[in-house]
Design a protein around this ligand. Structure first.
Ligand code: 13P
Length: 248
């Protein structure tokens, strides 16, 4: 089935109120590419302001597994929705590694996002030593088995394959390695969800930029990109959206 290309910017812990001007420029440019789905995930503090930008589609970078309660400093999925978000990223490696989140935690967060009516981007990806040992596919498929929920609308859950060693490093896997991983992920999803898995998008993330986007987005089973550093300005982000639009 034809899946719409999906390009998502993850601003991580970057952006002050002045950065809304960058989001404005990005969504103004995105308006020229209606066949591509584009979203930005700013820090929580900018969600409301960014959601008010014309044409904006915004998401959170994480959520708590509970809908409310005594969890100082945390943000619940219904709060993201209330602030104008339509999606949430869960299981980013910077959360799995930096905050000790397990597959079970990630699954609970994905379920919380879906229950709150959000779309979910669920991240997986192997560290460098696992890639070098030749077991990257087994590692990622175990993450998928442990963190993807059972019951959901397949249109509302995307997987982002982000090899940890490629994040923020300028290193990217070969297109063949990306295609092999995405094919393995698609096979695992099809094995678990049958034909419904056809509707699930699988994004690549890790040092995507305007120069490599066409090649990476053109690989088999790559339905889009999750972009960090190159999503902060329109000058860097729009060429990636344009590459996706050409591949349509
Ligand atoms: P970079 O694009 O900066 O490598 O970050 C990728 C990423 O982690 C997106 O979630």
């Amino acid at each position: 089935m034809a899946r719409r290309k999906y390009v998502v910017g993850n601003w991580k812990m970057n952006g002050l109120s002045a950065s809304i001007a960058d989001a404005r420029a990005i969504f103004a440019g995105v308006a020229g590419h209606p066949a591509v789905d584009v979203a930005l995930c700013p820090p929580f503090t900018l969600l409301g302001a960014m959601a008010a930008v014309p044409g904006a589609v915004v998401g959170g970078q994480d959520c708590h597994r509970a809908a409310l309660g005594a969890f100082t400093g945390s943000i619940a999925a219904p709060m993201l929705a209330d602030a104008g978000a339509s999606l949430v990223i869960v299981g980013h490696s910077e959360r799995r590694e930096g905050f000790g989140e397990s597959d079970g935690d990630v699954r609970a967060k994905a379920e919380a996002g879906l229950t709150a009516g959000l779309s979910v981007i669920l991240c997986v990806g192997e560290p460098r030593d696992v890639r070098e040992s030749g077991s990257a596919i087994d590692y990622v498929l175990a993450q998928i088995a442990g963190s993807v929920p059972d019951n959901f609308d397949p249109q509302r859950l995307a997987i982002a394959y982000e090899p940890i060693w490629a994040i923020g490093t300028g290193l990217v896997p070969t297109v063949d390695d990306v295609a092999a991983m995405h094919g393995a992920i698609r096979g695992a999803l099809a094995g678990r969800f049958g034909a419904a898995a056809d509707a699930m998008r699988i994004l690549y993330g890790g040092s995507v930029n305007g120069d490599n986007a066409a090649e990476l987005l053109g690989a088999a089973d790559v339905d889009g990109a999750l972009v960090g550093g190159a999503s902060l300005t329109s000058a860097k982000f729009l060429p990636i959206v344009e590459a996706a639009a050409v591949l349509g």
